[in-house]
Design a protein around this ligand. Structure first.
Ligand SMILES: Cc1cc2nc3c(=O)[nH]c(=O)nc-3n(C[C@H](O)[C@H](O)[C@H](O)COP(=O)(O)OP(=O)(O)OC[C@H]3O[C@@H](n4cnc5c(N)ncnc54)[C@H](O)[C@@H]3O)c2cc1C
Length: 451
């Protein structure tokens, strides 16, 4: 706590991913005192633990920006702290402690399932778990996720491509099948994301599919040649192959049932779809015929939901927002609704993937965080300024420290980062991460407490 600071407003941000960090930056720029509470020891959210590990330049650039943000004397950081009932502290505790507004930037931590028939045997995963695993986020880093030889990836977005990348280049399975409900022209990933798997792509299968689906596509004014161009463009920049994995798509296939025997996946049953044209959009329609994909692992890459265990109510996988906000920004509501009383939580705001789950890249989360901060500023300006935010924080910190001795401050993060850098050099790797919270806490000097 810095007695030199004279900020009239005090805000808690829950979640230090891109949305929370950029929101903190904007609030601090306007003289607001901010405290970030983050579940993970390290800041960055999915920028640290989601973006594919080999995108070192992008990750490094973002880390630098986050360092800069956290270096502001107006911003405090408590890592290794989960805010929710049953966690370290609740949003209601924070409000009672004197934080004038809360900005929820917790991302999309809930798991979305399709609700398919059948059991969920071993070998069925959600992409988020695998992504956290290979990005070495505790506790996922040290859990085991057995992968078979033939893997169905349900979904055709960027996250599917990242998981395919891992399966093709790291796990080196025999076959990866991306299952698409729609046709070849309805992919949701960026071409650039396909270069890691392009050399393993089964072009002959694509050509056979395009020939078979050509008449239907043409009847919908879709150009099969354009689809071929989309799938083959990444070949020009393809990384050299490191496995014999066959990577292919299964178009117009709606997953219906996971087949299992003795607790293990033995296949994925899909229903054949056709496309119909609904205005400008091609929509899938089930044909009532079914087939079986011979796979032993199924990974859902269908986006995430917000965390149902957090203290806010959800509707349609998202926290409920005020439909007619008091502080809209660009026509968007950043305000959380209390559905029980059907009125706004007047001091709780939402940003990033916590506001709209699984939408957009880091740039979108940044923009959303900054806009949400603007909404919070609008609200703060309706309040009387605080007499002494620092005194309030000092009292909060003393009490908080008593109950949360393993909270990680930004000074301690520096020590962790220096040690990880030294470990990277020692191991001759570009990036090194400790894979358990205990190891991280230990190098930051929490040894006695951890033991
Ligand atoms: C697999 C994958 C790959 C991606 N690759 C790219 C890419 O290459 N380029 C790109 O630009 N974007 C990429 N993105 C998108 C980008 O990561 C997101 O747009 C962005 O991280 C969303 O930011 P956020 O702050 O809303 O949420 P998150 O990044 O999820 O951050 C949420 C933060 O909240 C914390 N938190 C959660 N619950 C609590 C709680 N109860 N209490 C306290 N803290 C909590 C978490 O610890 C985390 O730090 C990728 C996303 C995924 C899933």
């Amino acid at each position: 706590m810095n007695p030199e600071l004279h900020s009239p407003y005090l805000v808690a941000i829950i979640g230090a991913g891109p949305a929370g960090l950029y929101a903190a930056h904007k609030l601090a720029d306007h003289g607001v005192r901010v405290v970030l509470f983050n579940r993970d020891v390290k800041p960055g959210g999915l920028a640290e633990y989601g973006i594919y590990p080999d995108k070192l330049k992008m990750k490094g650039g973002l880390r630098k920006q986050f360092h800069h943000i956290l270096s502001s004397p107006l911003i405090d950081y408590y890592g290794n702290i989960t805010v929710c009932a049953g966690g370290n502290i609740t949003i209601f505790d924070l409000l009672s402690a004197g934080f004038q507004a809360l900005l929820v930037a917790t991302g999309a931590q809930g798991t979305k399932w399709l609700g398919l028939d059948g059991e969920y045997p071993r070998g069925v995963y959600h992409a988020k778990d695998l992504v956290y695993h290979y990005n070495r986020l505790p506790p996922y880093a040290s859990k085991s996720y057995p992968i078979g030889q033939r893997v169905a990836l349900v979904g055709v977005g960027n996250v599917m491509m990242d998981v395919a990348h891992w399966l093709v280049r790291e796990v080196k399975v025999k076959e990866v099948i991306a299952v698409a409900r729609r046709g070849p022209l309805e992919m949701k990933y960026g071409k650039e994301e396909a270069k890691a798997v392009a050399a393993n792509f089964d072009l002959a299968k694509l050509d056979a599919d395009l020939e078979r689906l050509g008449p239907m596509m043409t009847s919908l004014d879709q150009d099969p040649a354009m689809a071929r161009e989309f799938f083959t463009a990444p070949l020009a920049k393809a990384l050299a192959p490191v496995s014999d994995t066959r990577f292919r798509f299964e178009f117009l296939a709606a997953p219906k049932r996971i087949l299992g025997e003795q607790g293990y996946v033995t296949g994925l049953e899909v229903e054949d779809n056709m496309l119909t044209c609904d205005g400008s959009e091609a929509r899938p329609r089930g044909l009532g015929t079914f087939r079986r994909l011979e796979v032993d692992t199924v990974v859902f890459c269908i986006g995430d939901t917000v965390d149902n265990d957090f203290c806010l109510s959800t509707r349609n996988n998202e926290y409920v927002k005020v439909p007619t906000p008091r502080f809209p920004v660009d026509g968007t509501s950043y305000e959380a609704l209390d559905p029980e009383l059907n009125r706004p939580f007047e001091n709780i705001f939402l940003v990033g993937w916590a506001r709209q789950a699984s939408i957009g890249l880091v740039g979108v989360a940044r923009h959303d965080g900054e806009n949400g901060a603007e909404a919070v500023l609008g609200y703060l300006h309706t309040l009387p300024p605080l007499a002494d935010a620092e005194e309030l924080l000092r009292e909060f910190d003393q009490e908080f420290e008593r109950f949360n001795p393993l909270a990680v401050r930004k000074e301690q993060l520096k020590c962790l980062e220096a040690t990880e850098l030294a470990e990277a050099q020692r191991h001759g790797v570009e990036d090194f991460k400790f894979t358990t919270n205990e190891a991280m806490l230990s190098v930051m000097g929490f040894t006695a407490v951890v033991e």
